[in-house]
Design a protein around this ligand. Structure first.
Ligand SMILES: [Ca+2]
Length: 198
């Protein structure tokens, strides 16, 4: 009985913490949604992240929104934002585990981090992606560089999965589909499985 009660108390505390956290995020979201539309745009999100010292190109922020824009209206509702926030928190934790007080990751750390998150890329593919996200070209990845890289990998995986309908780990594309992919669009939004996001 004692253990049962303890467990109940633990669950209650967890729920309270979750509610508090949600309320805090709701407050943040409402401040970002400065024109009170109930959803936030890429530009609003970009500015808000920059306040927290996370500098992203607009294209990366747009990609973040696309990944979790479940109703495909081009902006981010609070529920969609919660899903994005979970993904960002996961990236942030992985980054913190590996940065060892330096404030940045080296390419090998980024590789380890990406494996932890569930990306299994061969070295040549990984390091060429790494190179293109090394904004300062010094082999040091700050949190925002790391997040940009992961957003790219996750979007690439979502796009790949949407073509790999038979789940063979392999896709065949004609030129039109290839051009579509490189333009950064998803082929058929309604067929995309958002459950596949990690
Ligand atoms: Ca939306």
């Amino acid at each position: 009985m004692g253990i049962e009660n303890e467990r109940m108390d633990e669950m209650k505390m967890e729920m309270e913490m979750e509610n508090k956290n949600k309320a805090r995020l709701r407050g943040w979201f409402e401040r970002v949604d400065s024109d009170k539309t109930g959803s936030i745009t890429a530009l609003q999100l970009k500015r808000a992240l920059a306040v927290g010292n996370l500098e992203f190109p607009l294209s990366v922020v747009q990609q973040m929104i696309r990944m979790y824009d479940f109703d495909r209206n081009g902006t981010m509702s609070f529920e969609e934002f919660l899903a994005l926030n979970n993904f960002l928190l996961k990236l942030q934790h992985t980054f913190s585990d590996l940065e060892r007080g330096r404030g940045f990751l080296l390419p090998d750390d980024v590789y380890e981090a990406s494996v932890k998150i569930g990306f299994m890329l061969d070295s040549p593919a990984f390091y060429s992606v790494c190179e293109s996200f090394d904004q300062s070209k010094n082999g040091k990845f700050r949190l925002d560089d790391f997040i940009s890289l992961c957003i790219f990998l996750q979007s690439a995986r979502n796009l790949f999965n949407s073509f790999d309908t038979a789940k063979q780990g392999r896709v065949t594309l004609d030129l039109n589909q290839f051009v579509y992919c490189t333009a950064g669009f998803e082929p058929n939004p309604s067929s995309l499985s958002h459950g596949a996001l990690l």
